[in-house]
Design a protein around this ligand. Structure first.
Ligand SMILES: [Zn+2]
Length: 222
């Protein structure tokens, strides 16, 4: 399966990506996590990205494209991938297109998790993450064993400052505006499917199973 997930933070992409990743044995590639892990581990690319961000500049498409291409060339991605947070620009979408053409592969579907602002606010306000190792928690849904401490490394968990309700609404508007050209790009190519991000996990998994089957994902791994 080769799929792309679109949707604002809080739409449930991460949760569904993890479930699909296990079920279909394909890697979940979250562009943001990938970038953060390169920065944390101070890889060559990580150092470059860190410097760019510290100058307050945008990380150029070519750098992101190469980071993703490296992941997609790994043996673990032979059976496909779940991309999350990539592509984010039309330039990145074109680069992904070219990359897949070069491997004689096709995208199966681009899923847009359409989610309402109240649901997003409710989900995001409980999120916590570990600044040391990057692990993610949720005070109601995925609580750490010891309140406020990372299960993996024991560091104190923090709330992302942009998870506060007052900023979420604005961020959702910005997300929808920024993503519209990409959704259009995949719509024109016949890959786009809008799915209800407001649904509970099980309900949405059932919807996703049907959508994936309709796009021939079942046959593509056999
Ligand atoms: Zn940790």
């Amino acid at each position: 399966m080769r799929i792309i997930l679109f949707g604002p933070p809080g739409a449930g992409k991460g949760t569904h990506a993890q479930i699909l990743s296990r079920k279909w044995q394909v890697p979940h590639l979250a562009a943001g996590d990938l970038l953060r892990s390169h920065i944390r581990e101070l890889t060559e690319v990580g150092k470059k990205v860190k410097a760019i961000l510290e100058r307050g500049e945008l990380v150029p498409d070519v750098l992101i494209n190469e980071l993703i291409a490296v992941e997609l060339r790994k043996p673990v991605a032979r059976r496909g991938f779940i991309l999350d947070g990539y592509p984010r620009t039309l330039g990145q979408a074109d680069a992904l297109d070219e990359f897949l053409k070069g491997k004689n592969e096709n995208l199966d579907v681009a899923l847009y998790f359409k989610t309402s602002v109240d649901v997003v606010i409710d989900r995001l306000t409980g999120r916590r993450f570990c600044p040391e190792c990057g692990a993610n928690y949720h005070i109601r849904n995925i609580p750490p064993k010891v309140s406020g401490k990372c299960d993996r490394c024991g560091a104190s968990l923090v709330e992302r400052s942009d998870d506060r309700p007052e900023t979420v609404r604005r961020r959702l508007e910005v997300y929808e505006k920024d993503t519209a050209p990409l959704l259009n790009y995949y719509q024109v190519k016949g890959f786009l499917e809008e799915v209800p991000g407001d649904f509970d996990v099980d309900e949405l998994q059932a919807v996703l199973a049907k959508v994936l089957e309709r796009h021939g994902v079942r046959e593509s791994i056999r």
